[in-house]
Write a protein that binds this ligand. Structure first.
Ligand code: GAP
Length: 463
């Protein structure tokens, strides 16, 4: 079976309620998406998996939930006000607005070509800042500079400015990290490809603080351990690869950044173009804690921060040294992870009647619904009652649903398509033998199980 492309997932998502176009009844809002009943479950399961892995299963990470809107000075000293921008050009022939850094360059004359119409008749580039602006306070006017604020373009800065709070209250010593999940906003010039690039998205970020000399090793360790987590979500290693950013591509704060790429565009002929960034792991050096510190100087000794009230350096009681920790930052998008998980789980299979069925082979941990309880005959009240009772009994330990809105073949197919690992069918015999049929999503095999043994059996298989 060939890999599904993003369009296949868009169609499945709309059809079954994973993701809908936002503001749809008013004509939509470019590249904005709402997560429906199944999408919100899948996203929550991904976030829970990450939090469990990043925070609970380790001994060196604390959690945080910082504000989306912070003092504007955070974005001044982080460098976002000055540098968080894309170079924009307009095509004079088709009026398309484009990111210069994403355009193909004609090797013959070194000129960028419009990705829309192929013209080289482009305006000079202008920097366009990607931060969404807002104003704070009832009396604020749009042109009042003291009321200006931004929606955060990354969750990371909320962690840096809380470094000392977390350090002091948790009584941590280096190395340790802070994890955060939350929304981020970027006024992307060219959003698109479904939920791959949107203006509102969600990040799962870890900022891991360590001694400068340990940073290269810690960076490598995070790369290895992220590979394991991503593959643990069911994503095949053949659809993942690393990309080492070149010196020219590195952000101003980064010494080394490795992106983990996923094969988001398998339909593209050029193999190189099939891949795009799922997440990145950066060695941010001591840049962040320095720039947010009272009286700091950056590497070239020029920048002074007169506004911060804290020094975010670290004192090591064992060596009696004071220094700014280096930060290793694994940064992942929830939405891109969800897309990759759905693409990798998607399978089409032909049944013995020659019909093509979609199966979403999600890891049970991620499946929006763990078990569907189905009555074989909905016009038989005793069967319906027994099925509803079983659903109720399962619900405290696993997400269960009851469905009687079709024939059994159709109901199985519907559950396969949304990734439900197990269906439980109550039939006429169940009333006699107090047993049900358990059907497995991946093998389509069925077995008879007594109702008393059902919950422990499903719990074991789901875990
Ligand atoms: N704090 C570092 C940082 O924000 P980034 O590479 O700009 O780094 C990290 O973003 C991750 O956030 C990306 O790898 C991607 O998964 C996700 N992301 C970034 N921009 C996005 C967008 N416009 N839409 C969806 N996800 C996005």
């Amino acid at each position: 079976m060939s890999a599904p492309n993003i369009e296949t997932i868009v169609s499945l998502s709309k059809r079954r309620g994973f993701v809908f176009p936002a503001s749809d009844i008013y004509g939509g809002l470019g590249s904005s998406w709402d997560y429906g009943p199944l999408g919100v479950e899948l996203a929550n399961n991904i976030k829970n998996s990450w939090w469990r892995w990043a925070v609970y299963e380790r001994d060196d990470i604390e959690g945080l939930d910082s504000s989306i809107i912070q003092n504007r000075l955070v974005w001044k000293y982080s460098g976002h006000e000055d540098t968080f921008s894309d170079p924009l050009v307009d095509c004079r022939d088709c009026n398309a607005r484009l990111r210069l850094d994403k355009l193909e360059i004609d090797p013959a004359d070194g000129k960028a070509t419009c990705s829309n119409c192929g013209s080289k008749n482009l305006t000079d580039p202008k920097d366009f800042n990607l931060m969404f602006r807002t104003t704070v306070g009832a009396a604020s006017a749009d042109d009042d500079p003291t009321a200006l604020a931004y929606l955060r373009p990354e969750t990371a800065q909320g962690i840096f400015i809380n470094f000392k709070n977390v350090l002091d209250t948790s009584r941590r010593k280096l190395p340790f990290g802070i994890a955060q999940i939350g929304k981020a906003f970027r006024n992307e010039v060219t959003p698109g490809n479904f939920i791959f690039r949107t203006r509102e998205f969600e990040q799962m970020e870890i900022e891991y603080f360590c001694r400068p000399e340990d940073a290269p090793r810690v960076h490598q360790e995070w790369l290895d351990s992220y590979d394991q987590w991503i593959q643990g979500l069911g994503i095949s290693s053949s659809n993942l690869k690393h990309y080492e950013q070149t010196k020219e591509e590195l952000a101003h704060y980064s010494e080394r950044t490795v992106d983990i790429l996923y094969r988001f565009f398998p339909e593209r002929e050029d193999e190189e173009k099939q891949w795009d960034e799922l997440m990145g792991i950066a060695n941010r050096t001591d840049y962040d804690l320095r720039v947010h510190s009272k009286k700091p100087e950056d590497a070239d000794g020029k920048r002074i921060n007169p506004d911060s009230t804290e020094d975010l350096s670290y004192f090591d009681p064992q060596t009696n040294e004071r220094f700014y920790p280096y930060i290793i930052e694994p940064s992942t998008g929830v939405n891109r992870t969800l897309l990759a998980v759905m693409m990798d789980a998607y399978e089409e299979r032909t049944n013995d009647k020659g019909e093509v069925r979609v199966i979403l082979r999600l890891k049970p941990e991620l499946a929006p619904i763990k078990v569907a309880v189905l009555p074989l005959a909905k016009n038989k009240p005793e069967i319906v009652e027994m099925a509803r009772k079983i659903k109720k009994e399962l619900q405290p330990s696993m997400r269960a649903v009851y469905d009687d809105t079709g024939g059994i073949g159709k109901l199985y197919a519907r559950q396969d398509e949304i990734g439900t690992p197990f269906c439980v069918t109550v039939d006429h015999e169940s009333l006699e033998d107090n047993a049900v049929t358990v059907r497995d999503r991946d093998t389509w095999e069925q077995e008879r199980v007594s109702v008393d043994a059902l919950r422990p059996l499903l719990s074991e298989r789901l875990n």
